[in-house]
Design a protein around this ligand. Structure first.
Ligand code: CA
Length: 216
């Protein structure tokens, strides 16, 4: 899952990015409103964390513009603690949820997981495909009840395919959703990770759909 973090406070931006990377997300970041608006239009993020007070263009205007242009990615707004009117404006503008500052990182991560799950149509925090279960809260995978150890890249790939269970996902979609902007998009990494997942889990856990992509 690829996330955009928009926050002009450099320290807070860095903390959010670090926590998201540690949680297994691919992360892009922006500290300026116009730039953030452009990135949200141009890149297929699975969710966006958006501060309200930003230089260039404020968060409310940004989310309004995205929604007006038909971009439906989940948006989690960061609001000032006592500004209840910000929360109302944010939700009215098209944000999906908000967290008031100062926040606990765990709360941001939990709300983000819930937004991503719901936008993929999953109400529960566990996604089961055949004998394999992904616990999105713990980032843990079990097969027939036994824990399976995956690297963060393997987990990202499996998580994206499980969130889109039953759908064919193209290789280029996977690259766009699993890696940040600086990733070498010509590499064969996806094939390598699919191979490893088949070995660690079972060969049919990910199906290759010839010419189209992969399906879990
Ligand atoms: Ca701010």
């Amino acid at each position: 899952m690829r996330i955009l973090v928009v926050e002009d406070d450099a320290e807070l931006n860095r903390q959010l990015c670090d926590a998201l990377v540690a949680a297994g997300y691919a992360v892009d970041s922006s500290k300026e409103g116009e730039d953030a608006h452009f990135l949200g239009e141009a890149e297929p993020y699975d969710a966006i964390i958006l501060d309200i007070g930003l230089p260039g263009m404020d968060g409310i205007t940004i989310v309004e513009k995205w929604r007006a242009d038909g971009h439906n990615m989940p948006v989690l707004m960061l609001t000032a603690r006592d500004r209840w009117s910000d929360k109302v404006s944010g939700i009215d503008a098209g944000a999906d949820d908000y967290v008031a500052k100062p926040f606990h990182m765990e709360e941001v991560l939990a709300r983000l997981r819930a937004l991503i799950r719901r936008s993929a149509g999953h109400a529960s925090s566990e996604i089961t495909v055949g004998p394999v279960t992904l616990d999105t809260r713990q980032s843990r995978v079990t097969m027939d009840g036994e824990a399976v150890k995956l690297t963060s890249h393997e987990l990202r790939l499996l998580s994206y395919l499980f969130h889109h269970h039953g759908e064919v996902v193209s290789r280029s979609d996977l690259i766009q959703h699993l890696y940040d902007q600086d990733f070498d998009r010509d590499s064969n990494t996806i094939e390598v990770f699919v191979g490893r997942l088949r070995k660690k889990l079972y060969p049919e856990v990910i199906e290759t759909v010839r010419g189209l992509g992969y399906r879990a």
